[in-house]
Write a protein that binds this ligand. Structure first.
Ligand code: ADP
Ligand code: MG
Length: 338
């Protein structure tokens, strides 16, 4: 018998890996927005059509890429964000796995235009199912403009699995809102089928919350702030009477990355103990800042789960900060919304 094991061709390996990173149009939104943030952008535009099924486009004014980097960005495990294994314990960027663009380009048609500020011409690259279709020098604005078209055009089973446009759009809104909340210092806009959905100006976190959720939130927020040498917590909680019957407005950001964490959610709920009607969930947006040596983000490809080396301390500081905010929100009559 002859040997039967062989290495998969790159395009096929990318397509398989894409299954983990790219589940739906909202996954593309998340990855592209994160790249724009890591590039130091101050203004980020998101444009989608048909709930992202035909187009997800992100235009940023960040660092841009050189011609060589633009081509490299579509290679698997190609990243500018880490160099050696030690770097895994000092991650401050949202990306580091170097697989998003390779995965996206394996299951869509991608058009990338990018230019660094100090270069005269930019680069245009077209990819389709991991194949380079075109590369040329073009005039373009500084920054990066990346358009992902016809997601899963070459994976019919995946394409058929996508939900209705309203459902897919809901997922996109969730990703957009999380990223916009985490980065109030950045201008964000969102267009769906040529309609403006959001146009959020850079400013304070409280403004960003009101910009996303509406004016009714203005009177409902109580600021949180607590610091130890090990970790700090800042942000806002909604007053107890403002709690809702449905979940979805509870946010933890660890070093600016949105994460889900049941144990830490429990800390917030414990602080609200006795103040909430049954089966209701308070609004919160809490930023946990911690030295990256104390966390492991590399738990899951989408990076929405992390491990803390000392979960109990983080639990304790969240509990303390929320309790303090609840204790004082009645006697601090006007929040500073100047
Ligand atoms: P990662 O973000 O994990 O490094 P990606 O596949 O998302 O991996 O991106 C690969 C590389 O392409 C990044 O490390 C970065 O150098 C570059 N890149 C991607 N998007 C942008 C962007 N919007 N602006 C500048 N550089 C970008
Ligand atoms: Mg990335």
């Amino acid at each position: 018998m002859s040997d039967i094991i062989r290495l998969l061709p790159d395009a096929l390996a990318n397509q398989i890996a894409a299954g983990e990173v790219v589940q739906r149009p909202a996954s593309v939104v998340k990855e592209l927005l994160e790249n724009a943030i890591d590039a130091g952008s101050t203004t980020i535009q998101l444009i989608v059509r048909e709930a992202g099924k035909s187009l997800v486009q992100v235009i940023d004014d960040g660092s841009g890429m050189s011609e060589t980097d633009a081509r490299m960005s579509f290679e698997r495990h190609a990243t500018s964000k880490i160099k050696q294994s030690d770097d895994l314990f000092a991650i401050r960027t949202l990306g580091f796995r170097g697989e998003a663009l390779a995965s996206i380009a394996a299951v869509a048609q991608v058009e990338l235009r990018t230019r660094r500020e100090n270069e005269e011409l930019g680069t245009l690259i077209r990819m389709e199912a991991s194949q380079l279709k075109a590369q040329e020098a073009v005039a373009s604005l500084p920054g990066t403009n990346i358009a992902v078209k016809n997601l899963f055009f070459n994976v019919p089973a995946r394409r058929n699995f996508l939900r209705s446009n309203p459902v897919e759009m809901r997922h996109i809104l969730d990703e957009f809102q999380r990223v916009a909340l985490a980065n109030p210092q950045i201008n964000f806009s969102l267009y769906h089928n040529d309609q403006e959905v959001y146009n959020l100006q850079a400013g304070k976190l409280s403004h960003r919350i009101v910009g996303i959720y509406g004016k009714s939130y203005r009177e409902q927020l109580a600021p949180c702030q607590e610091e130890t040498p090990f970790v700090s917590v800042t942000g806002y909680i909604g007053k107890p009477e403002f709690a809702k019957k449905t979940r979805g407005e509870q946010f933890f950001f660890v070093n600016n990355r949105y994460i889900r964490h049941n144990y830490l959610h429990h800390a917030v709920m414990a602080a609200f103990e006795g103040l909430l009607p049954d089966e209701s969930y308070p609004f919160y947006v809490l930023f946990i800042d911690i030295d990256p040596v104390h966390i492991d983000i590399n738990v899951h490809p989408t990076k929405t789960e992390i491990k803390f080396d000392d979960e109990r301390s983080v639990y304790a500081i969240i509990l303390a900060s929320v309790k303090k905010a609840l204790g004082t929100h009645n006697i601090s009559p006007s929040l500073d919304f100047g």
